[in-house]
Design a protein around this ligand. Structure first.
Ligand code: FES
Length: 198
């Protein structure tokens, strides 16, 4: 049997229509399995509350007590020989008193040549000795030298700070020499007046 072109197209169209109808019907008749949304892991949220505490501070009032260097007689001019140091103590500090034979910075006495210093080296606290040849105070530990005529200026060595000089007063009537203070903090001390009562 011979099929015309028109019959062929009609039959093809009918077939396509039947397929579409079948698909729609089939989809309705056999619905897909529903998608199930599974719940994720449960999150726990913790709320933090910060409490602000009020702290009350009690202030202790510090009373400042003024301490003064005492005036202490340490020598008389009659007992001093030029170039020969004498060793004394002033408010717990070991000091050396020297009559230099030449006018010195802060020197007292008729020739303004009597000076006194802490005996502790400003580098690491070595005990100083007086060298009459160089007229300097010399540290035997690392050989720093200080010039007593120039207010204890470091001349050579590790020490970089002046030697603390004892401030002196001279009584012309009696020849007495008094110590009345220091020009600087003595090596190893937080306070030169430590232990001195106000
Ligand atoms: S302690 Fe005197 S120079 Fe070092």
């Amino acid at each position: 049997m011979r099929i015309t072109r028109r019959e062929f197209l009609a039959a093809a169209g009918a077939g396509a229509a039947a397929f579409i109808v079948g698909a729609v019907v089939g989809r309705t008749a056999f619905p897909k399995e529903k998608e199930v949304i599974k719940p994720g892991p449960t999150e726990t949220v913790t709320a933090t509350t910060t409490e602000t505490a009020t702290v009350t501070q009690t202030q202790t009032q510090v009373q400042l007590v003024e301490k003064k260097y005492p005036r202490v007689k340490i020598a008389n001019i009659s007992e001093l020989n030029t170039g020969q140091p004498v060793f004394k103590e002033y408010i717990g500090h070991r000091i050396v008193v020297i009559k230099l034979g030449e006018e010195a910075v802060n020197g007292v006495g008729p020739e303004k040549d009597v000076v006194a210093f802490s005996m502790l080296c400003t580098h690491m606290g070595g005990f100083l000795i007086f060298d009459s040849n160089t007229k300097t105070l010399v540290c035997p530990l690392h050989f720093s030298q200080f010039d007593p005529a120039k207010g204890g200026q470091p001349v050579i060595g590790h020490a970089t700070e002046y030697l603390p000089q004892v401030i002196l007063e001279y009584d012309e009537a009696t020849g007495d020499i008094y110590a009345v203070g220091f020009t600087a903090l003595v090596y190893g001390r937080y306070d030169n007046l430590q232990g001195v009562k106000a």
